[in-house]
Design a protein around this ligand. Structure first.
Ligand code: GEK
Length: 244
């Protein structure tokens, strides 16, 4: 990886730590940042492709909500075998979408991706067979999360699938501490130093609000999802599949 795409945003101790935003600086290094920060990220992306092959239905729409650079959208596009589908990839960061569009414009995809700059809370979901919220719900204000999941549930076809990946917390303080420690060990093993880890944590404090697995399960049920299954966990990062 060339140095200009390496995430060094929190490396300089002389710079003030400001609240985390998905701006141009983050968009430029985002792929490196998420691979080195989220344990299991590549596995989750690859499995979204596998699930797309299994669950996406002909003539339906797939939504990638909070698409960033479009890694999940690309996995969907490459995994879908059903005919006449389209993918709607949504993000409210114009810088992310600009970069995503640049990186994917030359690819010949059998399922087209439509890039939409919008708040996921304003998107009308309809005729969907698969919706992906890959590490996005954690950035939505908690009071709006039920409304978003209800909107997704209403727009899903009866056999549809929601993939929800999140950073989580644990009710038991000892377990929470241990999982955070293991996550930080993962980040150190990937070249982040303790200062960077601590500055990033402060920057995200009011922006990324994790919840317990139980809170997610309860809210999904409240939104009308009949079953929810945990299919992936690595430390304090999980991915769930939920079905109407
Ligand atoms: C991936 N899913 O690579 N409306 C639209 N987009 C939003 C909103 C909102 N209200 N809030 C945050 N975002 C991706 C990774 S990153 C996860 C998702 C992370 C967007 C935000 O701009 C960012 O691009 C994305 O959600 C979260 O599979 O950085 O840990």
């Amino acid at each position: 990886m060339s140095d200009i795409y390496r995430d060094n945003i929190y490396r300089n101790p002389d710079q003030p730590t400001t609240e985390f935003v998905f701006d141009r600086q983050v968009a430029r290094v985002f792929s490196d940042m998420i691979h080195r920060s989220v344990p299991g990220y590549s596995t989750v992306i690859n499995m979204i492709g596998v699930l797309a092959g299994e669950y996406v239905q002909s003539g339906s729409v797939c939504y990638d909500l909070g698409c960033s650079l479009g890694a999940s959208s690309l996995a969907l596009a490459q995994g879908i075998t059903a005919k006449e589908c389209r993918i709607v990839a949504v993000d409210n960061s114009p810088e992310m979408l600009e970069q995503a569009g640049r990186q994917t414009s030359q690819l010949a995809l059998s399922t087209p991706i439509e890039w939409l700059c919008a708040d996921v809370l304003d998107v009308q979901i309809g005729n969907a067979s698969m919706v992906v919220l890959n590490f996005t719900l954690q950035f939505i204000p908690p009071h709006a999360r039920l409304q978003l999941l209800t909107n997704i549930r209403k727009g899903l076809r009866p056999q549809g699938l929601l993939v929800l990946s999140e950073k989580i917390t644990f009710q038991d303080p000892g377990q929470d501490r241990l999982q955070i420690e293991m996550h930080h060990a993962f980040k150190r093993a990937n070249g982040y130093n303790d200062l960077e880890i601590s500055r990033k944590r402060s920057a995200l404090e009011k922006v990324l609000i994790p919840e317990t697995l139980e809170t997610h399960r309860t809210r999904l049920a409240e939104a009308g999802f009949g079953r929810t299954d945990l299919w992936f966990q690595c430390f304090n990062f999980v991915s769930l599949v939920a079905r109407p």
